[in-house]
Write a protein that binds this ligand. Sequence first.
Ligand code: COA
Length: 240
Amino acid sequence: MATDDLVLYEKRGAVAWLTLNRPSVLNAVNLAMRDELWVLFQAVRDDPDVHVAVITGAGRAFCAGADISEFGTAPSLVESRRARRERDLWQLMLDIDKPLVAAMHGYALGAGLEMSLLCDFRLAAEDTVLGLPEVRLGYIPSAGGTQLLPRTVRGSLAREMIMTGQPIDAERAHQAGLLTKVVAAPDLANEAEALATALAERPPSALRAAKRALRSAFEMPLAQGLAVESALAARLASAG
Ligand code: COA
């Protein structure tokens, strides 16, 4: 792990810790950081010794969103679309069938909040400001935010956040079901560790099946989702 890495990667037991590491710009996600995340989340997916991953931020924020200074600097629209197709980080995160935990503090804006929506658990320090400001800049969220936020909180709040760009505080986010838990800022790392460790003790095959079944609930009609649940349950029962 080199200190100039844009994302620090550390394995502690069966838990992989990914720490966004551009603290001077509040961990804004630039293309280089995205490429590092692409490699590291593949490691999370493929390493059989990793059962759970936690993503967190160095410095005073989790992540202030995409790096604004890179906006409009991509070589060409065609090039940037091709790069995105070839390295679809957000889909990669969604497809990982191990629990992902986001541990947020300070700011979770734009792609920062969206990354957390691609996780299964969202812990936040009570000082966290959460929002999707893209519309204010003439864009819309494009790391899954317009699809995942309404699947996570009620539609009226998703509309408010996406269409006004106005952020909300951690307490409101928790009340709306956006957060798993709000914790005192100094406790964030310990709380994340406790959750991740507890998850890492569950049988990975059961967690894998649970994630697949939960995903079906959002993607399939009920009858089809129930069939997926039955098949997954039967497979676990026959293996056990
Ligand atoms: N992209 C690039 N740089 C960013 C950034 C982003 N998304 N967010 C913050 N930074 C940089 C700032 O430019 C500043 O750099 P500087 O010290 O070289 O001037 C540094 O991070 C600290 O930010 P600063 O604005 O001074 O901190 P603050 O506490 O006063 O405000 C925010 C924090 C998050 C409210 C403010 O930085 C902000 O609005 N950032 C943009 C958020 C955004 O729109 N993200 C979504 C992009 S789609």
